[in-house]
Design a protein around this ligand. Structure first.
Ligand code: OXD
Ligand code: MN
Length: 607
């Protein structure tokens, strides 16, 4: 391979000696390589072509390998306390010994692929290199969509460029003479390991071929490892979409465009917001990214963000012409579908794509499927993998090596009660308080009980590579650095329900009305009232033109539910107690102030 990078070559040699593959392939990222791998997977039965969509394929995983596995995801720091109570910790030395045991001979009869990749636009000062070793061709083709990868990345790394080594195996040695296992993986949960060593930094993933566990550039590198690096180096790695918002009469990507970064727990419509089709005439929304933002202070003092990814790994069920027409256009070609249903006329289908399922589907496990048979046709976590460049509303600056300047940061959650449609924080520190106390009610799509409020600070609960209390402190520190140039912080809730259990707010393309209000706040208009929970829209301030929504409903959406907030304060007090002694004093003070605003005291420890 054309590299003089001695550390890289030594690492690949070491890993190849450990895993004993039958061949080693350095990925060049070419179309020829991509087509060859796809053809090989069609031949082995891992994927099938989707004739209705050019250059598209569908893949079925093993039923045990359909989602991220938080129970088997580890953060290995020397001091257990540094991983914090929200992460699963293991001793780094013991874990490395366990992993070396697991990887020994695990690629026998298989090809070891070396994937040099770059998170972020090549040449961007904010971009970082990684190299993934894998025995899964599905991982290689997916990484080609999700990252910049191949020979040009290897060249850019030069002879000494820093990279994060990312080691992956599906963890199922081929039995002699068997090449027919279409989705090899470790089928027992206890045999799967998604392991992070933030102090190296390095990543080892064994036993799963599913995207979130196997495409190591995404959650493992760009969030868990990167959040740790970002804390040490003074930047931010966040579970956020990035969108560009342009008012009527101005060109997208011009000086009138405002960029917004937004964090929502899963099942809250992040991809839909990132590609929003505005219902208000003249407004445009453009997508820079739908899942991850890396942000740092630029030489001009403003916070700039890049999307470290180059593709979408989106949840398919619920995606439709109505909920997200731009996602539907993105996946018309050149897409890899995972665990969707297939139709007899060569297309894909999932719950929510159309009101009525087409007749005679084949379900995600390859079985015939009829409506009313009692099981979903597509897996609830079925996915599409497609390049960002195929999105019809991709922002013109998504490849800008300097990133885009962020004017506003938005947090959100699925909160049927208590939390109003939109809140603007009183200050950066209060915005950090809103992010730290974010949560969402669980839905039927989440394993466990539905309708339970789960705290998910900054939507980073499964992705923060260190102690959550230290992460709050890092956010506060970033605010001090940004000073007057800090973006304004908002909290939105599209999911508030009325007494009859129905959603009060229509959501989707109508969310532009809330984004418009945010712009008015940024422009300094008097469109808010001050309350103990933050600035809320003044009566009549949210544009309802062309929308059939009563003023009374709007008032309910923006009401401060005093009893609800008293209960909320008790819950936040419990959350903070679980993160002690590392909750920053500033956040405890803000909790006490909130409690005073509702005529009580928080039970939290005071600074
Ligand atoms: C994702 C997730 O897949 O957040 O993006 O789980
Ligand atoms: Mn995500």
């Amino acid at each position: 391979m054309a590299t003089q990078h001695a550390r890289l070559l030594a690492w690949v040699d070491d890993m190849a000696a450990l895993c004993a593959p039958s061949a080693i392939h350095w990925c060049d990222g070419s179309d020829r390589e991509y087509q060859g791998l796809l053809a090989g997977m069609v031949a082995s039965g891992t994927i099938v072509p989707v004739p209705a969509r050019p250059e598209s394929f569908a893949c079925r995983t093993h039923p045990s390998d359909v989602a991220r596995i938080e129970d088997r995801t580890f953060i290995c720091t020397t001091d257990r306390a540094d991983a914090g109570p929200t992460n699963k910790w293991a001793d780094p030395i013991e874990m490395k010994a366990t992993l070396r045991g697991r990887f020994t001979g695990c690629m026998a009869g298989r090809t070891l692929y070396v994937i040099p990749f770059c998170m972020g636009p090549l040449g961007s000062p904010m971009a970082r290199f990684g190299v993934e070793i894998t025995d899964s061709p599905y991982v290689v083709v997916s990484m080609r969509i999700m990252t910049r990868m191949g020979a040009n990345v290897l060249a850019a790394m030069g002879a000494d460029g820093a990279f994060v080594p990312c080691m992956h195996s599906v963890g199922a040695p081929l039995a002699p003479g068997r090449s027919d296992v279409s989705w090899p993986c470790a089928t027992e949960l206890a045999d799967k390991y998604i392991v992070h060593f933030p102090e190296d930094p390095s990543i080892w993933s064994f036993g799963s071929g599913y995207g979130g566990n196997a495409l190591l550039g995404k959650k493992c590198f760009a969030l868990r490892i990167a959040s740790h690096l970002a804390r040490d180096e003074g930047w931010m790695a966040e579970h956020m979409l990035i969108l560009g918002l342009t008012p009527p009469g101005a060109a997208p990507g011009s000086s009138h465009t405002r960029y917004v970064a937004a964090a929502f727990p899963s099942a809250c419509g992040k991809t839909n917001l990132a590609m929003l089709q505005p219902s208000l005439p003249g407004w445009t929304v453009r997508c820079v990214g739908d899942d991850i933002a890396w942000m740092r202070t630029d030489s001009d003092g403003w916070l700039h963000a890049i999307n470290p990814e180059a593709g979408f790994f989106g949840v398919a069920p619920g995606t439709s012409q109505e909920s997200n027409p731009n996602a539907m256009a993105t996946i018309r070609r050149g897409t890899i579908f995972t665990n969707v249903a297939t139709t007899p006329d060569g297309d894909v289908w999932w719950e929510g794509m159309t009101a009525e399922p087409p007749p005679q589907l084949t379900d995600w496990q390859g079985r015939p499927w009829q409506p009313g048979c009692g099981r979903p046709a597509a897996h609830p976590n079925a996915r599409f993998t497609a390049p960002l460049s195929q999105c019809p509303v991709v922002d013109p600056r998504f490849v800008d090596p300097k990133g885009v300047p962020i004017s506003a940061i938005v947090f959100g959650g699925r909160r049927p009660r208590t939390v109003p449609l939109v809140i603007e924080a009183h200050s950066w520190a209060h915005g950090v308080f809103l992010g730290a106390t974010a949560g969402s009610e669980t839905t039927a799509a989440t394993i466990g009980q539905s309708g339970v409020l789960r705290r998910d600070p900054f939507a980073m609960l499964p992705f923060c590579g260190y102690h959550m209390g230290d992460y709050f402190a890092h956010w506060l520190e970033m605010g001090r650095r940004l000073g007057a140039k800090a973006p304004r912080i908002f909290f939105v809730n599209w999911f508030r329900k009325g007494a009859d259990g129905r959603y009060l707010w229509p959501g989707f393309g109508e969310n532009i009305r809330v984004l418009k209000w945010m712009c008015e706040r940024l422009d300094g208009h008097e469109v808010a009232v001050d309350t103990p929970i933050g600035h809320l829209p003044r009566s009549g301030a949210i544009d309802r033109s062309g929308l059939d929504l009563d003023e009374a409903v709007m008032a309910e959406l923006c009401a401060v539910d005093r009893d609800g907030w008293r209960r909320e304060i008790t819950l936040i007090t419990e959350e903070f107690a679980s993160l002690e002694p590392r909750v920053p004093a500033e956040l405890r003070t803000l909790l006490a102030e909130l409690a005073r605003g509702f005529g009580g005291t928080s039970q939290g420890r005071q600074a």
